[in-house]
Design a protein around this ligand. Sequence first.
Ligand code: FE
Length: 330
Amino acid sequence: MKFFPLLMVAALAATVPAMAEEVTLYSARIESLIKPLLDAYTKETGVQVRFVTDKEGPLMERLKAEGANTPADILLTVDAGNLWQAQQLGLLKPIKSTVLEANVPAHLRDPQGEWFGLSVRARTMFYNTEQVKPSQLSTYEDLADPKWKGKLCLRTSKKVYNQSLVGTMIARLGEPKTEQIVRGWVANLATDPFADDTMMLKAIAAGQCDVGIANTYYFGRLIDKNAKLPLAVFWPNQKTNGVHVNISGAGVTRYAKNEKGAIKLLEWLSSEKAQNLYADVNMEYPVNPKVKPDPKVAAWGDFKHDYINVAKAGELQTTAVKLMDRAGYR
Ligand code: FE
């Protein structure tokens, strides 16, 4: 008889499902981009994913304020510059995952394992097809040439995307050379820098300027709405260091309650089956080299991208901000 209670427990355990596992995500990417993906994860694994979405600044503030009491297991955001900031604030913890190391190329993740790229975004050049021939274009550096006077449009230097671009230019070319280029850009501006990439692209399409720099997915959204816009992609620096790329990515929070679950979710996000779902929804590029981009994105052409570690963008962010300020790039 003394085994009976044990049998009872076993029978009970078989009928009452174990407490569903849960992972909590703080996401600077909007709900419409991440929810389909997290739903797919829950469907496949039974793991519930709670998430909070906000801008990266408030999310990092929140993580800092909550400290060890945070419910967040993962911080997900865009731009290596932001992930690097989170790392500097001590909000992330280094993890070891052979799956992530295999799926995410080394230059698209933190060398210390505190964050990992999950999609790639290319910050390239766009031109007005009625005003410019692609043969006139070559490099980011060339946009500083006086031949582009009054013909260049840029987004504001306040945006981390441009800070990262200039940061990697500093890493490649050194500060004096980069400053000279940024001064040249400023001298060539057709109009004040724009608040966002979309407004800038519209200005190029409208003929207000000939050429500018933007992330490809903004272009994708625009031509989705109007395929006839006189706007095209140009891949610069193909004979030198390649197109500036950045990432959206994530890291495990320093005080994650479910570190194992967090790592499993990140591993899944980098897997072949999740990568298309993740990258295609925002017309980005998969980070996992085994996965092809969406046909719509692939149609913009192949290009060589810069293989400098994106962590450089973070390391040189302050230097880049000061340089752009000195050069009068607002
Ligand atoms: Fe963006």
